[in-house]
Design a protein around this ligand. Structure first.
Ligand code: GLN
Ligand code: ZN
Length: 752
């Protein structure tokens, strides 16, 4: 029999039960016993789903009240000394993940190139490990008691260690030996308790891993394997073909490969697999919500099956953590599009079908294969997925379309002639507070209780208020404040063709936070202008320049579930053209300053450095196509709030935005050093105050930051603005902070 399994299942629950329970516990309205009961119920339900679908092994250890990497930190008692925690219990676990009055939280980091974030272990030379059996083991007992065949998943030792932070100059590998001691104790006990398989997740193998880390693999697995249940070493998010020899030689019982991201690595592993290893092939996409082309996958699997027999296992590419729970809940989705999708629950069924097709022959699952083939075919033929006019426009793009008419020097002079801005011009990043009134109006509008005319009137009243306040504050380039936007991607997605929206397509982002990304299912185009009415209305209220506000093609792409039947770069170009039309329409309507936000530009960076240039090439091109349809006089801004781009500065400069605003206040302008060193050529607005906190900084604080910036950037190139949009703040603090920001800019101007 071919084994089918998953590397992990979404833990949040079909109705986000985990979020509800955890947040109730934080508020003090649910006690620890209640929270634990909620967790147990979800685990039992998710294991039952796996077994019910016909999977042989259930996966234990993928559950976490906050984050699975943080669970391992608790299991190993690796609390940094600053928390003063002896034995990590549930309150201590949350204290480290969320911070306390006395201690900032452990850092939160992006999980590889996903939108999931993990809690980073914090290690130092003084770190000591000890096995804390309050973690993981009760869940193992639970699963065994429920009669399941248990595969336990843990972060592999080298992955856990690699992802941890250490003080500068500290070699984390020095902790490997004590870490292995605690792993040893854990795996020995798991074996004793009757765990059938142990899955060690080692996704760091898909990164550029230094030689000494690669060399540590045999050491680790030689040490652990004899004491442990059979080990499945799981890799995902990229190819590990370069490590084939290393991996084949490890004393592990199996390897898992991500064949969705890296299908080409199959050959090297099938052709050289050692007889003692099973090969688990990730053929169902764990990162996206599309149905698997079962016929295509089977054509790949049949020869492998012939060769490996029962040594072939089937799985999803990576943990299903990154996909929503259950498609059955989507009652409002267009049934045709819905039929193209598979959420976590449906992916279990796909694995079961594939397994039966291999073991019992395709006739045994004829109906399921037929349904899959029909859905795939329907998607391929649907008029919405291939729109000739959109394809033709992308195909006709020329280099000139990605280039402004003149260079920056000429453009900025033309812009200055029109705009007449003072030295150190002040502006904001776009959004103003999303007040309770705004949210109530939108909710009423969506529920049909407020008519469109009334809703538009309510939003215009908010815009008027925002403009009046900005005029009073004396800002130089105004914004309309974005009251009409729920979210910077959804708002545009709703107005573009090719986008769909789920009701319950939640995926965990961090802790109890979930996101519900829109879905790009078809060719993207813009049927009508999206923002022109709001921006032109706002411009009628002031003589100051009104900045139009758009989300960029890359941000639209990376914060959505993207179709898998077209290269990402083609989707980016479609988005770019839709946005280009909007930019041109804004210009035509008299908007002379237009900002295209790209906070997500880094999210597309490939895991391996060698692949960066190719990505940055098409990413930059997409942005430039969106931005380049306008005259010299029209000023293009962009905004990014990632706190690191020193390593991609040439690409940032290549965007050729006239003005870039970035988040710098928390780094106290340190981020600007890179721009200065690189001699970043265009205008730049380093954020002078942190919008993540309600604190209103003193004027002198902002002045000090600006003085630092003036040492790094010529005064004529420098703008004055906050770090990011202000939608999460309240008006009183916003007005107070902006008043000081304007005063600071004016005082410096006078001195210059
Ligand atoms: N214009 C957006 C705003 O101000 C930018 C948001 C972002 O960068 N994340 O809210
Ligand atoms: Zn931002």
């Amino acid at each position: 029999m071919t084994q089918a399994h998953v590397l992990g299942f979404p833990r949040i629950g079909a109705k986000r039960e985990l979020k509800t329970a955890v947040e109730a516990y934080w508020k003090g309205v649910l006690d620890e016993a209640g929270l634990r009961a909620a967790g147990r119920e979800l685990r039992l339900r998710h294991w039952a789903l796996q077994k019910g679908a016909g999977l042989d092994l259930v996966t234990v250890g993928d559950f976490a009240f906050y984050d699975h990497l943080h669970n391992a930190t608790a299991l190993f008692s690796a609390a940094p000394a600053r928390f003063g925690i002896e034995r990590i219990d549930l309150p201590g676990y949350f204290a480290m993940a969320r911070g306390t009055a006395a201690q900032p939280a452990l850092a939160m980091k992006k999980w590889f190139d996903t939108n999931y974030h993990y809690i980073q272990p914090e290690l130092s030379a003084d770190t000591r490990f000890a096995l804390n059996r309050d973690w993981l083991f009760p869940e193992v007992s639970e699963a065994l008691a429920a009669g399941h065949t248990v595969k336990v998943v843990l972060p592999g030792p080298l992955t856990w260690l690699w992802l941890a932070s250490g003080e500068a100059g500290f070699d984390k590998l020095r902790l490997l030996s004590p870490l292995l001691n605690v792993y040893y104790a854990a795996v020995e006990e798991l074996k004793r308790r009757g765990v059938s398989w142990l899955q060690f997740d080692e996704p760091v193998l898909a990164l550029d891993l230094p030689a000494e880390w690669q060399a540590a693999y045999p050491v680790v697995y030689r040490e652990l394997a004899p004491a442990a249940p059979p080990i499945l070493l799981a890799t995902y998010f990229g190819s590990v073909a370069e490590h084939a020899d290393l991996l084949q030689a490890l004393p592990v019982a199996g390897l898992h490969l991500d064949l969705v991201r890296a299908p080409d690595q199959l050959d090297v592993f099938v052709n050289n697999t050692s007889e003692d290893k099973i090969l688990s092939l990730g053929v169902v996409d764990g990162r996206n919500l599309w149905r698997t082309d079962l016929a295509r996958v089977l054509s790949v699997l049949h020869p492998v099956k012939a060769r490996l027999g029962t040594r072939l296992w089937l799985s999803a590419s990576c943990s299903l953590l990154h996909v929503p729970h259950d498609l059955a809940q989507e009652s409002r989705l267009d049934p045709r599009i819905r039929n193209w999708m598979a959420f976590a629950h449906q992916k279990l069924d796909e694995l079961a079908v594939l397994r039966r097709a291999l073991d019992d022959g395709e006739a045994a699952v004829w109906q399921a294969l037929q349904a899959s083939a029909q859905a795939i075919e329907d998607r391929r033929r649907a008029p919405s997925t291939t729109v000739a006019a959109v394809r033709a426009r992308v195909a006709a793009l020329r280099d000139d379309d990605a280039r402004r008419a003149s260079g920056f020097a000429q453009r900025i002079a033309a812009q200055q002639a029109v705009l007449g801005l003072p030295l150190l011009p002040t502006t904001t990043i776009g959004s103003f507070p999303q007040t309770a009134d705004i949210r109530a109006a939108r909710a009423a509008f969506k529920a049909g209780q407020l008519g469109e005319t009334d809703y538009v009137a309510a939003m215009k009243a908010e815009i008027r208020l925002a403009v009046e306040r900005q005029e009073q504050l004396g800002l130089d380039v105004l914004v309309h404040g974005e009251p009409e936007r729920n979210d910077m991607v959804e708002y545009f997605g709703e107005q573009l063709d090719g986008y769909a929206f789920t009701q319950s397509g939640w995926v965990q982002s961090y802790g109890s936070r979930c996101v519900k990304p829109p879905v790009i299912y078809g060719d993207v185009s813009r049927p009508t202008p999206m923002t022109v009415e709001w921006s032109t209305y706002a411009q009628t209220l002031t003589d100051k320049p009104m900045k139009g506000m758009l989300s960029g093609p890359l941000t639209m792409l990376f914060w959505s579930f993207v179709r898998d039947d077209l290269p990402k770069q083609d989707v980016a170009l479609q988005l770019a053209l839709a946005l280009r039309d909007e930019v041109v329409d804004l210009e035509r309507a008299g908007i002379g300053v237009i900002q295209i936000d790209e906070p997500a530009i880094r999210e597309g960076l490939p895991l391996k450095r060698a692949d960066w240039p190719a990505y940055l090439d098409w990413a930059v091109r997409a942005f430039r196509i969106a931005a380049s349809g306008v005259r010299d006089e029209t000023q293009i801004h962009t905004h990014m709030c990632y706190s690191e781009f020193n390593d991609i500065l040439p690409a940032i400069a290549a965007l050729d935005a006239d003005v870039i605003t970035i988040e710098t206040s928390r780094s106290r302008m340190k981020l600007l050093d890179g721009f200065a060193e690189f001699q970043y050529p265009n205008d730049i607005g380093p954020g002078v105050y942190d919008i993540h906190s309600p604190r209103v900084p003193a004027q002198a604080e902002m002045t000090a930051l600006l003085e630092r910036a003036l040492k790094l950037v010529p005064a004529e190139r420098l703008w004055v603005n906050p770090d990011c949009g202000l939608k999460t703040r309240g008006w009183p603090e916003v007005e107070a902070a902006l008043a000081r920001m304007v005063a600071s800019a004016r005082a410096l101007r006078a001195r210059w």
